[in-house]
Design a protein around this ligand. Structure first.
Ligand code: PGA
Length: 254
């Protein structure tokens, strides 16, 4: 049975350390029971150190939501991937649509991926179109996002990258606004085809996740019929009971 990957993207929440430790405590006390799931929690930077002291097992990993493309130096306000690994995190989300909306380009994402990997982080690379059109322009957009983000990245390093496909139009909505599982499956095949064209058939093992209004109600259909390796969960990851339910459902999928 292939392990599912369930990632929590807390975004800029919660607002204080007590609420963050409370939420994390509930997850760390329950998620490890589901041995068929790898859980990755991505809190705001400021909570990473505290949360990593609370858990020492291997079933849950911590991730950051961004990292800078330089190792260190005069970059006020930025966070080095080395500082993230030093806090005990193993993952970083790069290219999230929230960051792309603030001006992050594929070129920037590409530089960030390279530095993060050399610092020893695994990368969760987010891609996704903002709208769909009848001429398939969105497919060209996705292809370009993948090609430019992965420019100069070796096949060996691709194994340190998980791709999270998140159609922007489906993010942060109610459960029935998530993408249809059949379309998720189509996109997974498309992404793998693009990867195969860049590298070779051996990269078909790359992990592909879906994100965008996923929750307990659609976890099973998205993973089963969408045939993805797991989910990148936003707002539903802030409610411990819902997030644990997602993990439980994913754990039960053969
Ligand atoms: P959502 O967010 O689950 O709230 O749609 C997903 C994401 O933005 O990563």
């Amino acid at each position: 049975m292939k392990k599912k990957i369930i990632i929590a993207n807390w975004k800029m929440n919660p607002l204080d350390i007590d609420a963050a430790t409370e939420l994390f405590k509930k997850i760390k006390n329950n998620a490890p029971k589901f041995s068929n799931v790898k859980t990755i929690i991505c809190p705001p930077f400021v909570y990473l150190g505290e949360l990593s002291l609370m858990y020492s097992g291997s079933k849950i990993s911590l991730g950051a939501q961004d990292s800078f493309w330089e190792n260190n130096g005069s970059f006020t306000g930025e966070i080095s991937p080395y500082q993230i690994t030093d806090l005990g995190a193993d993952y970083v989300i790069l290219g999230h649509s929230d960051r792309r909306a603030l001006g992050e380009t594929n070129e920037i994402v590409n530089k960030k991926i390279k530095t993060a990997i050399s610092a020893g982080l695994n990368v969760i690379l987010c891609i996704g179109e903002s709208e769909r059109d009848d001429d398939g322009e969105y497919l060209r957009f996705i292809e370009e996002e993948i090609k430019e983000s992965l420019k100069g990245i070796s096949k060996n390093n691709l194994s340190k990258i998980i791709i999270a496909y998140e159609p922007i139009w489906a993010i942060g909505k109610s459960k029935n606004k998530a993408m249809k599982p059949a379309n998720v499956y189509e996109m997974k095949l498309f992404i793998l085809k693009v990867l195969k064209n860049i590298y070779d058939a051996s990269v078909m093992e790359t992990k592909i996740l879906y994100g965008g209004s996923s929750g307990p109600e659609n976890t099973e259909s998205l993973i089963k019929e969408g045939e993805v390796d797991g989910l990148l969960v936003g707002h539903e990851s802030l409610i411990a009971s819902h997030f644990l339910e997602i993990i439980k459902i994913a754990d039960g999928i053969k």
